[in-house]
Ligand binder design. Structure first.
Ligand SMILES: Nc1nc2c(ncn2[C@@H]2O[C@H](COP(=O)(O)OP(=O)(O)O)[C@@H](O)[C@H]2O)c(=O)[nH]1
Ligand SMILES: [Mg+2]
Length: 700
């Protein structure tokens, strides 16, 4: 592939609800531009973009892929993203590499939750955006309805560049260009899709509609430029050139979102889409002219220009660590130029990385190149220490580029191999999968000994299992994480513990009088004190008594959970000059513990989580009602942007699979975080259930 200059590159992230046709957009552009000879289908698993075995199996995208298409002396790097919300991490990383977004909307379904999220992401990141209303060939598609809904949701920015033409039977037959007021209809001809567009007149009955949409467009165009706005208000006619100038400026700053339409499975609208991207979407050099980064030598924030003459810096936005493909880091050059003979420096990891081969990638295909210019996307194989979020630069000019903030991994499950002994294999494979996907987290709970995996949702972890099986040949299963309950006492007890053995020869003798009471500090298992008077227990045995307590608090008397907040005081006792030993005193303490704790009102504590939910206000009633059912307490509720932020405390045990429930309550609009806060006494019925469960486990 030829090397493209910074001004000839467009990095376009494709966003939208699952199933609107994002991946098919990339496939149709590849096909129409003659890059591929066969038009793949996502449902058949043969598209360039959805190449991963999991994507082929499911017929949906689950990871980001880069699809460069060469069109009109320009390289459009499409970055195709998954629509499922569990893969929001992939979307976030794709956005880090993009200059502009193409939001695909189904003309049949209209704007959906995924469309709203896409729009919000663009607003947040300040990305220029355009919209493609797809699936217009479907008999239930309705452009005007979709346009109206988008105007209502997204406001004045929505600027229709095209409207679809239909014949008397409602069949999609072409487009009307709203700015220049001409129509084009599809006719059989020599093009990859088998159709060409031929100019025709705007049907008289549509003239009114075209005029009103054009007025909408001109208003949007005028908004971006004071001079134009004045002309607009003075009701002076804007020239086409002025309209284009205004639209260009508006698209660049995000105040205008051009809307196109088509049916990409038939390549209707594909050419106009690519033409519009080349013509209207500014190049990498214009969209992200500078990037703020931290100069590692001076620790100052500096700017790097998206220009080949600047020092080299590149941001790694995706890592593939695949047993078949190998290790690949995909990056965007933010400044300067990368050539294959350079020595590069991973700034965060403080290591020099050797380049073996330099590629641009198209789906899974790796195309070797000699250099990659500022603004372009490339890939490097076999870098040993580099992963997503790292900055590559040179040792002479080290900088750190802005990092991706990944969504919280709130869904946790215990993971174990189906075959005993595969534990090490699982953890090695998980390490690889974590490199590819920073939203997967793992942890071994020291107390329950369970291996835990964290992801963004149930589907995310299902795919993780599937990858373990298909790519790493390990069968694993997920189970509910064990809740780490605690035990404590609420009362006070004074007990004597005696340990005495006379089995001929050397005997054993230990005798302690202990007081057990709450220490008030639930963060510590116990505090140990002694108030022995007159040497009834010699000093040398105090550590043995403490050792006894230390061992006993590991398993409480009610259900075997660790004890916290215990104060144990050794007040008295007796000893034998020959038979007493450290062992005997430790045993005596244990006897006192087993007898004393049940008398001191033992109780079970449960972990309480601090939960924050962000969701639109209309769902507040459901969310609060649901928290009540989970024994949660709402602490506060505040508006935050378009949403409400609810802060609550909820027992951890009832947060199991909350992500699934919150999604279904809020049509996937709600998000949350959940963190351990503290321990609290569990209600009686919970305690009974916990004790019962423990009993059964012991019987097994
Ligand atoms: N009728 C029709 N179907 C389409 C069109 N574009 C995509 N599809 C179908 O919609 C489904 C989802 O497409 P896909 O590209 O995987 O959507 P994504 O989830 O947004 O990537 C597939 O079955 C496509 O064949 C279109 O223009 N017209
Ligand atoms: Mg897709």
């Amino acid at each position: 592939m030829k090397s493209y200059g910074t001004g000839e590159i467009r990095n376009i992230v494709i966003l939208g609800h699952s199933g609107c046709g994002k991946t098919t957009v990339t496939e149709s552009c590849l096909f129409f531009s003659g890059t591929v000879k066969r038009f793949g289908k996502t449902s058949e698993g043969n598209t360039v973009s959805d190449y991963d075995p999991e994507e082929i199996k499911r017929g949906v995208s689950i990871q980001t892929s880069v699809i460069p298409v060469e069109w009109n002396h320009t390289k459009i790097n499409f970055i195709d993203t998954p629509g499922y919300f569990d893969f929001a991490g992939e979307v976030k990383s794709s956005m880090a590499a993009a200059d502009a977004a193409l939001i695909v909307v189904s003309g049949k379904a209209g704007p959906e939750v995924g469309t709203e999220k896409a729009w919000d992401y663009c607003e947040e990141a300040g990305l220029p955006r355009m919209i493609f209303v797809n699936q217009m060939d479907d008999e239930n598609a309705n452009f005007n309805r979709t346009l109206g809904q988008m105007r209502k949701k997204f406001g004045k920015a929505i600027a229709p560049f095209q409207i679809p033409l239909r014949d008397d039977d409602g069949k999609f037959i072409g487009f009307i260009n709203v700015i220049e007021k001409y129509a084009r209809t599809l006719a059989k001809g020599d093009s990859p899709s088998g159709y060409v567009l031929v100019d025709s007149e705007v049907p008289p009955m549509m003239e009114g509609e075209v005029e009103s949409l054009r007025a909408m467009l001109i208003e949007a165009a005028a908004e971006s430029d004071d001079e134009l706005l004045e002309k607009f208000f003075n009701e002076e006619e804007l020239t086409d050139e002025e309209i284009y100038r205004g639209l260009n400026a508006g698209i660049k700053d995000g105040s205008v979102a051009p809307v196109l339409c088509g049916a990409v499975t038939l390549c209707y609208g594909t050419k106009v889409l690519m033409d519009t991207i080349v013509r209207y979407v500014p190049s990498a050099a214009v969209c992200k002219p500078v990037v703020e980064c931290v100069d590692v030598k001076t620790e100052e924030t500096i700017e790097r220009k998206c220009d080949v003459n600047e020092p080299f810096s590149a941001f790694v936005f995706k890592t593939i660590a695949d047993p078949y493909i190998g290790r690949l880091n995909i990056f965007r050059v933010m400044s300067g130029k990368l050539t294959k003979d350079m020595t590069i420096y991973n700034v965060q990891k403080d290591t020099v990385e050797k380049i073996s081969k330099l590629y641009v990638i198209r789906g899974k295909e790796q195309i070797e190149v000699d250099s990659i210019n500022a603004g372009d996307i490339g890939a490097l194989a076999k870098l040993s220490n580099t992963s997503t979020n790292d900055t590559l630069a040179t040792k002479e000019n080290p900088v750190i580029l802005p990092q991706i903030k990944f969504p919280a991994s709130v869904h946790s499950m215990a993971i174990s191999p189906k075959t005993k002994g595969d534990e090490d294999k699982i953890s090695a494979a998980l390490t690889k999968l974590k490199e590819e996907d920073p939203t997967i987290k793992t942890e071994v709970n020291q107390e329950t000994k369970q291996s835990l995996v964290y992801g963004t949702g149930e589907q995310h972890l299902d795919i993780l299992l599937s990858k373990l099986k298909n790519k790493y040949k390990i069968e694993a299963e997920l189970s509910e994480p064990i809740i780490p309950y605690r035990e404590m006492i609420k009362g006070k007890a004074e007990v004597r513990g005696k340990y005495k053995k006379q089995s001929g020869g050397h005997g054993q003798y230990g005798d302690v009088l202990m007081v057990f009471e709450p220490s008030g500090d639930l963060t510590k298992p116990y505090v140990f004190e002694e108030s022995v008077f007159g040497g009834s227990v010699p000093k040398q045995y105090f550590p043995a008594v403490e050792k006894g307590i230390q061992e006993c608090v590991q398993a409480g008397v009610l259900a075997g959970y660790p004890v916290v907040g215990l104060k144990a005081t050794l007040t008295d006792g007796s000893y034998h000059p020959v038979d007493s030993s450290e062992m005997a005193f430790k045993m005596a303490t244990s006897v006192a513990f087993k007898e004393g704790i049940p008398q001191a009102k033992p109780t079970i504590l449960e972990p309480i989580a601090h939960v924050e939910v962000l969701a639109p206000e209309k769902y507040m009633g459901d969310i609060m009602g649901d928290f009540n059912k989970r024994r949660g307490r709402i602490l506060k509720m505040d508006p935050m942007g378009k949403n409400m932020n609810i802060v609550a405390e909820v027992p951890l045990a009832s947060m199991y699979k909350y992500c699934t429930d919150l999604r279904s309550m809020t049509q996937s609009r709600g998000e949350y975080t959940c963190e351990f806060e503290r321990y609290e006494e569990a209600p009686m019925e919970v305690q009974q259930a916990v004790i019962e469960k423990r009993k059964k486990e012991l019987e097994k």
